[in-house]
Structures are given as C-alpha cells and as structure tokens.
Ligand binder design. Structure first.
Ligand code: AMP
Length: 534
C-alpha cells in the first residue's frame, strides 16, 4: 500500500484574448489568482516567433506591431474548426499571420522561426499558452502542477472541446474536466454568495459572459446547500470584443481611404497598429464619451488621427449588441423562465464593461441592477480552480459539498433520410447523459447501416455540424423495416460524445468517441510534443 499524494490542480481560463490561472490555497482557505512573471493576473493569449525564440504572453503581445506576421492571437477561434468554415475564413482575412489548410481540412498556422517556416496546429499554439500558465503556477506554488480544469465557452461544439483537451495534454497537464465558462463563473459567484446567511433556498441566476472572442449566456439555479444546476445555455463562439475592435479598424481604414485615397487594409503593420489603438480607444469609451486615436506615420509616412465618440462606437456595433440581447431572450425561453424569475444578472468578461451593453441588458430586465461584484477577468479561472480543488480532493467543506449539473449546449443526432436530422439528445439536456433509439433498414436486403452524427439545431443536417460517421456491416438479408439497429449516444462530464450502434439481430456492435476524428492521435501528440518549442 502507498500513501496517497495530493495532487496540485489548477483552474485555467483559456481565453481568446487573455488567459488566467488560479488555484486553491489551503493556507488561505480560498482560491487565489496566480500572477504571471510580470506580476499581472491575466496573460495575453498570444504566441510569437522571432529569430531567437518563441515568446508567449506579454512578451509576445508587446512585440506585435514590430512582428505582426509572426504573432498569433485569437487562436481559440481556430480550435476544432475546419479551414473552410465561413467565419474562420473571415477571421483569416483580417489576421496578419498566415493560416493554411492541411489534411482533413485542418487549419495550420505558419510562423517563421529562426529563419525557417514552421507549421503549428491550433492545439500546439494553445498548448504553449497553457504551458506558460502551468509554469507560472509552479513557480508561484513552489510545486509541480500535474492536473487542471480548463474552461471552454458553453457553446463550444464537440470538436472544439476535444481540441482544447488535446492542447491540455500537449502542455503536459492531465485534464480533470472541461467546464463551461459561465458555469465556472457561476461557481465563483455562487460560492461567494452561499456564505450569505440570507441566501434564499433557491436563486435563479443569469450569467452574461462577453469576452474577447466568444459570447456565452447561461441560466442557472443555485440552492442554499451548494447545488448549482444549469438550466439552459446559449451564445455565439464568434462574437466578442475582437469584433468590436475590427469594426473600429474597418471604420479607420475607410476614413484613411476617403482622406488619402490609399487602401491600407492589406498592410499588416498598419492594420496591427490600428488594432492596438482601436482596442485602447474602445476601452476609453467605456468611461468617457469621446476619445481620439493618433498614429504617427501610419502608412507611406502619413500620420493618422480620428475622433471617436461613444455614439459612433455604438452605431458601428449596434448589430452585434442586438445579437447579444437576442441570445439572452432565447436562453430565457429555453430555460422556460420569464425575465421576472431571474434573481441576479451577473456580468462576466471584459466586454461587459461597455455601457451600451449594460444599458440594453437593464432595459431587458426591467431596469434591474446588474451584478458586477465578481471580477470579470478572474471569475472564470476562479470557478475552474474551485472545481479543480474539488476533483483533486482539496478545498474546504463548501467546495467538497458543491454539486454541479451542467447541460449540453447543442442538440445531437444522426442523419436518417437524406438530409434529415433526427435528434437523440436535445440541447440543454443535463450531462452526463445516455440516450438510445432504434432505427430500421430502409430497403430490402440492406447490407449495412451508416451512422452519421451531427450537432446543431437545424432540421436539415446540411445546416448542422458534421461530427463523424461509421459503418455497421453484416446485416442479414431481410425485407425493408425488419432489421434493426440500436444507436446509443453518451455524453460525458466534459460534454464529449460517445456513439455506439448495435445490430439487434446479431448483437454485432461498433462505437466511436465522436471527437476522436478531430482528435489528435497518440502519434500526432508525440510529434507535436517534439514541435512545442517551449
Ligand atoms: P476577456 O476575454 O473576458 O478577458 O475580455 C477581453 C475583452 O474585453 C477584450 O476584447 C477587451 O478589449 C475587452 N475589454 C476589456 N476592458 C474593456 C473595457 N473597459 N471596455 C470595453 N471592452 C473592454
């Protein structure tokens, strides 16, 4: 017999623009946010190559205007995505770094490192960010860190989740669990509130999480005894502060064209400088009604300056803001609740500091006050660290008593007739879960079944995300409708799907973990581990 050694597990918010790491501290009886080398609690999700080294975090972000083509940001938008994805293509157009297509439609990032071009998968780039956070945690804690809980947008699909898990493995971490970002924020918020003696037996909490690249909404109930259950989630994995920056950048590019008759949109350095200035101006506009951007020698030696009012910023982004509110309304409908049923509306994510967004939310919820008490930048990592503590048998009684019930964000099903989506697990079903259904042969003497798995809300599979397929052969000859196949869908706590099919007459069975198709093989992981330069 050996003595069990407590593992040190961290919680990581792997954000589109910034990441954050936290851990449970026995000495302080609470979670602490772990600062990076520069002493900051959040680290830019940025990786860059130059002639000498690979830079991660602040070092990478600080040199972005000098080295725009070799600095990667927004990598979360590439995770688990197909190269041909329409929205990814739009992103690629605006990114100064190069993204190419490799086998199985996988996007790869091309960077020049020590004079040679190298290709990196999105998982590899993310793993460098994770490694950097792991290192910061180890230095801060003075002990090796082996396990982690990583957060993902609630609206991430199966492939995006698996890609995140793979990035964790590549970084040398055992991933205890993936947890949805708004759920993690709810843990941070809920745990804080549970200490309150006047906590009602049950509270309905709406989490509005608008970050740099993703938007998540989540409706939960929190009970006094520490039960957190998600009722409905929604959102958009391609909506956030980066889009607002881009709208401002495009406006500046247009203005430059109007004034100088020159198109600077293809000049990576100029666009990079505009992006930095616009992001700063956007932040300013959250506290002032007007600001200005001034850039010396932006293009061809020409200086550029422009005034930005808050009203103009709001006008440029009105479409995005309206979309956010529509998602809130849909989530309320999905959770079968009225706006009056909501006790607390909790803001998470840097972009919720935008006054217009707060105003629109308050208007929707009949001018109810919004909870801004949790630290928007840190709440998600905080919640992940609580779960990491619980799963690694650390933490105090409140942490140990915590019960978490999450849901699956998107419906899962198979294609039956050509293009028809037959749903086995509807969206917002609590997870883990297992669902079965029986299907019959469609033609006489059909020799096999092809199980094609899709995720999404359309009744037509062509509008949903194709996850994977497999074939079950050896069906005994019989008239149409006689031979049956039992299809079983299982979703684990990470939201990852496992599908199996059994021929009822013979007992012949086959199954796959769906995300395996997008998942990196052991060989891939080994190859990549060699490639990860850190
Ligand atoms: P997060 O992913 O939650 O760290 O959010 C980062 C996003 O929040 C970035 O797009 C930032 O530009 C944005 N952000 C941070 N602070 C502000 C602010 N004061 N006003 C508007 N946007 C902000």
């Amino acid at each position: 017999m050996s003595r069990s050694v407590k593992t040190t597990a961290i919680g990581i918010d792997l954000g589109t623009t910034y990441s954050c790491v936290a851990a449970w501290f026995d000495q302080h009886n609470r979670v602490e946010i772990i600062p990076n080398e520069q002493g900051n609690n959040i680290t830019p999700s940025c990786v860059a190559c130059d002639d000498i080294e690979v830079l991660v975090g602040e070092g990478a972000k600080n040199q972005i205007t000098r080295n725009p083509n070799n600095t990667v940001f927004d990598v979360k938008r590439l995770m688990g995505s197909k190269f041909s994805d329409k929205r990814l293509q739009e992103d690629i157009q605006s990114w100064p770094f190069k993204v190419i297509e490799r086998s199985l439609e996988k996007p790869m990032i091309v960077l020049e490192h020590m004079g040679t071009e190298r290709e990196f998968s999105p998982e590899e780039i993310s793993s460098m960010i994770l490694k950097n956070l792991k290192k910061a945690a180890e230095e801060f804690l003075g002990t090796p860190v082996t396990h982690a809980v990583i957060t993902v947008p609630a609206y991430f699909n199966d492939k995006q989740r698996q890609a995140t898990k793979d990035a964790g493995t590549l970084s040398g971490l055992n991933i205890l669990q993936l947890i949805n970002e708004p759920t993690a924020a709810a843990i941070a918020y809920g745990l804080d509130k549970l200490a309150d003696r006047n906590h009602p037996p049950q509270k309905n909490v709406f989490i509005f999480d608008l970050g740099g690249g993703t938007f998540d909404v989540s409706l939960l109930t929190i009970t006094k005894d520490g039960n957190i259950s998600v009722k409905a989630v929604g959102g958009d994995t391609h909506l956030g502060g980066e889009d607002f920056d881009k709208a401002m950048v495009n406006h500046c590019v247009e203005e430059f064209k109007k004034r100088q008759n020159k198109d600077i949109s293809k000049n990576a350095r100029a666009v990079g400088r505009l992006k930095v200035a616009c992001e700063k101006a956007k932040r300013d506009l959250s506290s002032t009604a007007q600001t200005s951007i001034e850039i010396d020698s932006l293009y061809d030696g020409i200086d550029f300056s422009i005034k930005f009012t808050r009203a103009r910023f709001e006008e440029l982004n009105a479409g995005f803001f309206t979309k956010c509110i529509e998602h809130v309304e849909k989530c309320l409908r999905d959770g079968d609740m009225q706006k009056q049923d909501i006790d607390d509306i909790v803001l998470v994510g840097g972009s919720t500091r935008i006054p217009k967004i707060q105003l629109m939310l308050r208007e929707l919820f009949d001018w109810k006050q919004l909870c801004k008490s949790i630290n928007a930048d840190e709440a998600v990592a905080h919640g992940a660290a609580v779960l990491a503590a619980k799963l690694s048998d650390n933490g105090n009684k409140t942490v140990k008593d915590l019960i978490l019930l999450d849901v699956t964000p998107l419906s899962l099903g198979i294609e039956t007739n050509v293009d028809d989506m037959d749903i086995l697990i509807p969206r917002n079903t609590p997870i883990p879960t297992t669902k079965e259904d029986v299907y019959v042969t469609m033609v006489d003497n059909q020799i096999g079944f092809t199980i094609q798995v899709y995720q999404g809300e359309s009744r037509k599979t062509r509008d949903n995300i194709f996850l994977d397929q497999f074939h079950l052969q050896g069906v005994p000859p019989a008239p149409a409708g006689e031979q049956k196949v039992k299809v079983c869908f299982t979703i684990d706590v990470n939201g990852i799907l496992n599908v199996s099919a059994e021929l009822v007459s013979t007992g012949n069975k086959k199954g796959i973990i769906i995300a395996e198709s997008g998942k990196l093989s052991k060989d891939d992981i080994e190859k990549m581990l060699k490639n990860v330069v850190l």
